[in-house]
Design a protein around this ligand. Structure first.
Ligand SMILES: [Cu+2]
Length: 278
C-alpha cells in the first residue's frame, strides 16, 4: 500500500494550503471593505477629462481616483483668494503648480481596474483638481491644457470633523531618496508621504511580478516593447518641498519598488520587501 499514505499526505497539504489561501483572501476582502478615512470623494479620469463633484463639505476627505483610460493623476491645489483656476491653467504654469497655489498632492495611476487614494483635511475655500501628466498620448502637452482640470468648492461644514489618521509608516522623500520609518507589513496600511527635500518629489509604488528583480523594475521603459516586470500599485502626485500627503494601501507580501520619475536621473528609487507575517 504505497498509494494511500501519499494520498493522505497530499490531501492534508492541499487542505492546509487551501485554508491559508482562503484566510489571505478573506483578509484582503475585509481590508478592501473597510472604510477609508473621512468622507470619500470619488474622482474619475480619462483621456482627457475629470469627473468630480462641484462642491464638497470641509473636513477630513479621502479622494479616491479611478481611471477609465490612459495614465493620469489628480493633483489637488488650493487656490488662494484673488486667484482663479483660469490663472492656474494658463500656459505660464503648464508644467508644475505655481508657488502661489498650495499643492496638496493627490492620487494617481491606480492599478488596472482598481483605485488609489489620498487623504487630507480640507478647509473651506476654492480648490482645483488638475492633471499635470504629459506623455506620448498627449504629445508632451500637460493634460490640464487638454481639459483635465475641475474647480472644486469646499464649503464650510457645521462641524469640521477630523484629523488625519495615524500613519503606520512615514515615507520621507529627500534629495534624492526615500526613508521609511519602519518596515511595511502585509495588510491595509496608512502611509504618510513627506517631501523633506528641496525639489519636487513623487511617490510611485510598483509591485514586482514573481521572479522579477528591482533592477529590472528600475530599468524598464514602456517603449522597450518588453513585458513590464512590475504592476502599478499607487502614486502620490509630485509634492512641493514641505508638502505631505496620506494614502491607504492594501499590501500583499512581496517585493516592491518606489520611484520618483522627475528625479529618476538622480537615482531616486528604492527597493522594498513586504515580508509575510510569521
Ligand atoms: Cu492626465
Amino acid at each position: 500500500m504505497h498509494v494511500r499514505p501519499l494520498l493522505v499526505a497530499s490531501l492534508v497539504t492541499t487542505v492546509a494550503l487551501t485554508a491559508a489561501w482562503t484566510d489571505a483572501r478573506t483578509d484582503a476582502a475585509r481590508a478592501q471593505a473597510a472604510p477609508l478615512p473621512g468622507r470619500v470623494v470619488d474622482l474619475v479620469a480619462g483621456d482627457f477629462y475629470f469627473r468630480s463633484p462641484d462642491t464638497i463639505p470641509a473636513g477630513l476627505t479621502t479622494f479616491r481616483l479611478r481611471v477609465e483610460k490612459g495614465g493620469h493623476a489628480a493633483w489637488i491645489l488650493r487656490i488662494p483668494p484673488g486667484r482663479s483656476i483660469r490663472e492656474l491653467v494658463a500656459p505660464a504654469h503648464a508644467g508644475r503648480p505655481p508657488a502661489w497655489a498650495r499643492n496638496l498632492g493627490g492620487p494617481g495611476f491606480p492599478p488596472a481596474g482598481g483605485t488609489v487614494n489620498a487623504t487630507m483635511v480640507l478647509e473651506p475655500g476654492e480648490y482645483a483638481v488638475l492633471c499635470y501628466v504629459a506623455g506620448a498620448s498627449s504629445k508632451g502637452t500637460p493634460h490640464h491644457q487638454l481639459g483635465m482640470f475641475r474647480r472644486l468648492v469646499v464649503a464650510p461644514a457645521p462641524r469640521t470633523p477630523g484629523a488625519l489618521p495615524k500613519a503606520d509608516v512615514v515615507v520621507t522623500m529627500v534629495d534624492h531618496g526615500y526613508r521609511l520609518s519602519s518596515p511595511i507589513r502585509p495588510g491595509r496600511r496608512v502611509l504618510r508621504i513627506v517631501n523633506a527635500g528641496r525639489a519636487l518629489h513623487e511617490f510611485k509604488l510598483y509591485r514586482l511580478k514573481p521572479g522579477r528583480t528591482a533592477q529590472e523594475s528600475f530599468a524598464w521603459k514602456p517603449e522597450s516593447g518588453t513585458p513590464q516586470p512590475d504592476v502599478e500599485i499607487a502614486t502620490i502626485a509630485t509634492l512641493s518641498p514641505g508638502g505631505e500627503a496620506t494614502t491607504t494601501i492594501d499590501f500583499a507580501a512581496g517585493e516592491y519598488t518606489i520611484l520618483c520619475v522627475p528625479q529618476e536621473k538622480h537615482g531616486m528609487r528604492h527597493a522594498l520587501r513586504v515580508a509575510a507575517d510569521t
